[in-house]
Design a protein around this ligand. Structure first.
Ligand SMILES: C[S@@+](CC[C@H](N)C(=O)[O-])C[C@H]1O[C@@H](n2cnc3c(N)ncnc32)[C@H](O)[C@@H]1O
Length: 273
């Protein structure tokens, strides 16, 4: 299992929360009773769901003990006490306790091989009129990821990194999510957006803003796999950082990093949630 560092992940809060906000803006449910966030991470965005729907019980599920430790701090907020809960679990075998009115999964399914097969079960868990809202990064062909795979394929790294990184197969196209969910009887709204993220305008990360970004997410499997090999790990980071600097040059106003994301909101037919 990939290890997560909530502090590194939280470095780019504004850029990471924007697609979540854009996804949730398309969820039109007035007063859901049960809301679930699958792959909730550090719980910061899950807590926004509890604030948006003050009569809902909001439950986050994640497989990372490190992220859940941070999430517990949100659950303890006085105004959310008892309504916001978290549990450790794997999305591959998650089952709801009862009917769910809003099921959110943001920037998590790319970590779950074969996740399309889970969606029929998740739609089944929805109350009539309930909503499944998902967002996945659609940037596995972007330089940030292609260069990571390129360096990992160098002979010196292959013994440690072979099979560690996944590619464009990690996520589906918007039309694929739409067709699958429409075929399950949902009305569907699917789209994609490329955000031109301007990372680190203040220059805290110097020329390595994109390296700092991926260190919180996509690079985690590499960092884990090379954890016991500090020299090799340094070599990897040096080679990769050099390529990233050329692909994403820093400007005086920040480091532009185009980032494609895929969204789908599906409403189970049969009445209001
Ligand atoms: C990029 S973070 C996104 C966290 C949060 N949804 C957000 O938008 O800030 C991905 C999260 O998915 C979780 N995750 C990855 N694979 C998982 C699995 N199979 N089961 C449960 N959680 C998983 C990770 O532990 C991590 O916290």
């Amino acid at each position: 299992m990939v290890s997560w560092d909530p502090t590194t992940y939280a470095q780019f809060t504004a850029e990471r929360s924007r697609p979540f906000d854009d996804l949730l803006a398309r969820v039109d449910v007035a007063a859901p009773a049960a809301v679930v966030d699958l792959g909730c991470g550090d719980g910061a965005l899950t807590a926004t769901l509890a604030r948006r729907w003050p009569s809902a019980a909001v439950h986050g599920v994640d497989s990372s003990p490190q992220m859940l430790e941070r999430a517990a701090e949100h659950a303890a907020a006085a105004e959310l006490a008892g309504r916001l809960t978290f549990a450790e679990g794997d999305l591959g075998d998650w089952k709801p306790d009862g009917r769910v009115d809003v099921l959110v999964t943001n920037a998590a399914l790319q970590w779950v091989p074969g996740h399309l097969e889970l969606l029929p079960r998740w739609v089944d868990a929805l109350a009539p009129g309930g909503v499944l809202a998902l967002q996945v990064p659609g940037n596995f062909a972007a330089p940030s990821h292609a260069l990571m795979r390129q360096v990992a394929a160098e002979p010196r790294f292959v013994p440690h990194l072979d099979g560690v990184l996944r590619g464009v197969e990690s996520v589906a196209q918007p039309a694929t999510y739409a067709a699958l969910l429409a075929g399950l009887g949902c009305s569907v709204d699917a789209w994609e957006t490329t955000y031109v993220q301007i990372l680190d305008p203040a220059g805290e990360h110097g020329d390595d803003a994109v390296l700092a970004w991926v260190s919180g997410t996509g690079l985690r499997p590499v960092l884990d796999a090379l954890d016991a090999e500090p020299v090799l790990r340094r070599d990897f980071l040096d080679s990769y950082a050099e390529l990233l600097r050329r692909a994403y040059p820093r400007r005086s106003w920040g480091t532009p990093m185009p980032f494609r994301r895929v969204f789908c909101v599906a409403v189970r037919q049969g009445g209001a949630a």
